[in-house]
Design a binder for this molecule. Structure first.
Ligand code: SF4
Ligand code: SF4
Length: 321
């Protein structure tokens, strides 16, 4: 990453920037593993960057009214009340429940589904998530809408897919409850108790790209996440490594396209893990002024419709040879 940012935030935002760096809160440069600190998309009262987040959400609601009341717009988020839990758990093996849960998810709006065993280091500091399993859901975005980023049609599509993810998670949760197991639904854009990207990586959604989002072998980075936490007995999926990480080593499309030059060109150590990382302090001001930006995932070659499957096959062959 070059030392000079080419984007200058507006004065209104500059006045709201806290003294502490978001990268420090995220654990950039920390060697020890630890739980993530809530930094954005939580209650603003809990966040050092809460005033910035509030400013962004109010501005986006005003300038892109479709996003203002998510419950009532963009096809809604499904009923808020959950179904009653059956009085006793139904019989079934973990393999059977995993197959049934996936079948239900794919028949009820999800495009991707995977199962991850809960890892305590995925739970945000200050939150509890006392469930042994995460069912992770993926919702494809319309790439033509995403490609308008950072213009409003992109954020409208993002919100539409977060709504679809929330509906899918709530429907799956109701089904799990009806089988006599506990479940908790979560859909974005607000964060839940658990970071979803590490769980999605663990359960086979793909590899982390240089732009900080997942690259999937079917949808590239053109999808959003939702999840269900549950105690239904399940079987964990495996990670899917097909060469996206290798591809990123030699590609700079997202780094060159990012207006505030926020994407590191080399992997960074973050809370004990070496990985691709986006500079929070550089990304967020531009993200805020453009209703969620999204340029980096839009320009990623894997995101273009029809590209990812062939590219994944080619990279897999190269890895095997
Ligand atoms: S969301 Fe926008 S500002 Fe943030 S890293 Fe991606 S391209 Fe850069
Ligand atoms: S644009 Fe290139 S470098 Fe960036 S995430 Fe996509 S493949 Fe990786």
């Amino acid at each position: 990453m070059s030392s000079e940012s080419v984007f200058e935030p507006c004065e209104e935002q500059k006045r709201l920037v806290p003294d502490i760096s978001g990268n420090a809160l995220n654990g950039l440069g920390e060697e020890a593993r630890r739980r993530p600190t809530p930094i954005y998309w939580h209650s603003p009262r809990k966040l050092a960057h809460g005033k910035l987040q509030k400013w962004m959400l109010e501005r986006t609601s005003r300038l892109v009214p479709e996003t203002a009341d998510l419950k009532a717009s963009l096809d809604g988020r499904g009923p808020e009340e959950r179904a009653a839990k059956a009085s006793a758990p139904a019989d079934g093996t973990p393999t059977e429940w995993t197959a049934k849960a996936k079948e239900f998810a794919l028949a009820n709006e999800s495009d991707l589904v995977g199962v991850a065993r809960m890892d305590p280091t995925w739970v945000f500091d200050g939150y509890d998530a006392d469930y042994p399993w995460m069912i992770v859901l993926g919702l494809e975005m319309d790439h033509a809408e995403l490609a308008t980023a950072p213009e409003p049609p992109s954020v409208i599509e993002v919100m539409r897919q977060y709504n679809r993810g929330t509906r899918a998670a709530r429907a799956l949760t109701d089904w799990v409850l009806s089988q006599g197991y506990d479940a908790l639904a979560h859909g974005g854009p607000q964060a839940g108790p658990v970071v979803m990207i590490p769980a999605a990586l663990a359960c086979g959604f793909g590899e982390l790209g240089k732009h900080g989002s997942i690259i999937n072998r079917t949808y590239g980075s053109s999808f959003r996440l939702a999840c269900v936490l549950t105690d239904m007995p399940l079987v964990a999926d495996q990670a899917d490594i097909f060469g996206a990480d290798d591809f990123c080593q030699n590609c700079q499309l997202c780094t060159k396209a990012c207006p505030p030059d926020a994407i590191f060109r080399e992997k960074q150590t973050v809370r004990g893990e070496k990985k691709w990382y986006v500079d929070f302090d550089k990304c967020v001001p531009y993200f805020n002024e453009t209703h969620g930006c999204g340029i980096c995932i839009a320009v990623c070659p894997w995101s273009r419709p029809g590209i990812a499957p062939n590219l994944a096959e080619k990279m897999s062959r190269r890895q095997r040879s």
